[in-house]
Write a protein that binds this ligand. Structure first.
Ligand code: FES
Length: 149
């Protein structure tokens, strides 16, 4: 017995769907609404080179998703977003980062110590807002993990 094939959508219905989608997409323009401004990827922190000191670690998980760290070589910003599935990693006893979701572990430089994550945490560009001023982390600029400010 031959199977009945589903009827293709009629051109009238298809045309209506295309017009309806276009109307929804263009509605903000016709109402004079402005497109949302692109978000500035830079985060000006309250920390300075002096306040961070040597060996300082500051948590900015809620201000963009990173930790600001000073080691012997300088200052760096490491992402707090786990590379396995995007959970926020937590500082553990000042010595490593642990992911509460599936137990990945990273050292303070963001290298994977234990999976399931396979990729290291990203590092972001750090600069100063004027000499001795607040440290600025650019979440739009990923840098080599060896870069220090
Ligand atoms: S999201 Fe971090 S280990 Fe899975």
């Amino acid at each position: 017995m031959p199977k009945a094939s589903p009827e293709p959508a009629s051109p009238g219905r298809r045309s209506f769907c295309i017009l309806a989608c276009a109307a929804v997409a263009l509605a903000p323009l016709s109402l004079g609404a402005e497109a949302p401004a692109p978000q500035d990827p830079r985060r000006v922190t309250p920390e300075t080179r002096a306040s961070l000191g040597k060996g300082g670690i500051k948590d900015f998980r809620k201000q963009g998703g990173f930790y600001l760290i000073a080691d012997g070589g300088g200052i760096y910003a490491v992402s707090s977003i786990c590379t396995h599935n995007g959970c926020s990693v937590l500082l553990e006893e000042g010595r490593s980062f642990g992911c509460p979701c599936h137990d990945s572990e990273y050292d303070l430089q963001g290298n994977v110590l234990q999976g399931p994550a396979r990729l290291p945490l990203k590092h972001f560009h750090v600069s100063e807002q004027g000499p001795g001023g607040p440290l600025v982390v650019d979440l739009g600029r990923v840098v080599d993990p060896h870069v220090r400010f």
